[in-house]
Design a binder for this molecule. Sequence first.
Ligand SMILES: [Zn+2]
Length: 243
Amino acid sequence: MQKALSIKDFRKKFKTEEDCLSYLVEAKWGDGYQCVKCGCEQYVKGRQWFYRRCRKCKYDESVTANTMFHKCKLGLLRAFEIGFRISVKKKGMSTNELAKEFDCQQRSSWLLKAKYQNAMKSSNKYPLETKVEVDEFLVGGFDENKQGRSPEAKQLVVLGIEKVTDKRGKITIGRAYAKVIEDASAKELQPFFEQKVDKDSKVTTDGWRGYWPLKKDWSIEQVLSEKGKGQRISGIAYPYYEY
Ligand SMILES: [Zn+2]
C-alpha cells in the first residue's frame, strides 16, 4: 500500500526523456484515447511513438500537447525533477536554487515553477469530484541541509487525484491534493476525504483496510494493486502538497 518515493527512486524511474514520455502516454491515454478535435476514439500511429493520430480527422497529437509540458525548453527530465523537488520540499525552492541545481536560466525555472504553482493554486479550492483515485505512499526526504536524505525525513502522504472528462468526453488528469498523515488509519484518512473528496465522487483506492470505514460515506472501489500499477499514481508527484 505504500510506495517509497525518494529522489533515488524517482531517478531510477525517470532516467531518460523516453521514460517521461512513456509516463505521460500512460497518464494521458491509459484509460483510452479520444481525439481532441473530433472526439473519435480510434487512432493510428502518429509521426512518433508518443503521438497518436486520429483515424477520422487525422489530427496527430503529441502526448505533451495541451499539457504544461508542451514545448518545455528544459526537457521533460529536468521539468519532471523540478516538479518533484517543488512538491517534496516543505517551503518549495526558490527559482534561484532551482536554476543553480538544474543548471538552467532563472527565467526557465521561474516559468516552470509558475506553471506548477498555477496548477496547484487552481486546484486548491474545490474538493475532487467525479472520478477520484486515492493512494498513500512514503515521500522520502530531502532534508533541509541539502546533504541528501535521512530515513527520518520520510513522510507518509495521502494523495488524491481527479480524473476529469472534458467537453468531448476525453479523460484526463485534473486536480490533485496531497496531505501528510501520521499513519494510514481510517482516522487519519478521514479528514483528507472530508476536505478534499466530494461525497458524490466515485473513488478508487488500493486494497488497504484503512479505507473500509470510509465506505459508509463515500463510494469506494478498492482495486488490488497489480505489479507496476501503482506507479501511475506515485509518478503524479506534482500536486499541491499541504503540510
Ligand atoms: Zn479526430
